[in-house]
Design a protein. Structure first.
Length: 143
């Protein structure tokens, strides 16, 4: 199994309805393909970790990259794992709040990643930061 982190920009303004549509369709497709993960959204930026069988995740990533709603798509990190991080989520979702410090920090990193094309040596650190944020979010949801 692989876990893959990508960052992309929205090619146009996204309404709540647009995001709901993405979530509804993606959750159904992910359940069918045994893919789990976490999607974060802030001010025109998507940050997502996907996990599952390598070929399935890579096919999904290829479709996302070709989706006209995405621009500046960049795979930040990929790693193998024996264990899922988001086993309860066909796709967890968090809309980041730039007014909340933890959300702002993740958002700032993702903007920098898009602007500066974070190198391979930094991608694992970025993955760990996004994962730590996701775990904090998931613990809030399960509390």
């Amino acid at each position: 199994m692989i876990q893959l982190l990508y960052v992309s920009g929205a090619s146009r303004e996204m309404s709540e309805r647009d995001l709901d549509d993405i979530l509804h369709k993606s959750r159904a497709n992910n359940r069918r393909n045994d893919i789990t993960g976490m999607l974060m959204w802030a001010d025109g930026v998507f940050i997502q970790i996907l996990e599952g069988e390598a070929d399935r995740v890579r096919r999904l990533v290829s479709r996302i990259q070709g989706d006209p709603r995405h621009c500046y798509f960049m795979v930040m990190h990929e790693q193998t794992s024996d264990e899922r991080l988001f086993s309860d989520w066909s796709m967890g979702f968090k809309k980041l709040d730039p007014g909340r410090q933890a959300d702002s920090d993740v958002f700032a990193l993702s903007k920098a990643a898009l602007a500066e094309r974070v190198g391979d040596h930094d991608s694992g650190m970025f993955f760990d930061i996004v994962l730590a944020f996701s775990r904090d979010f998931l613990s809030e949801v399960h509390a």
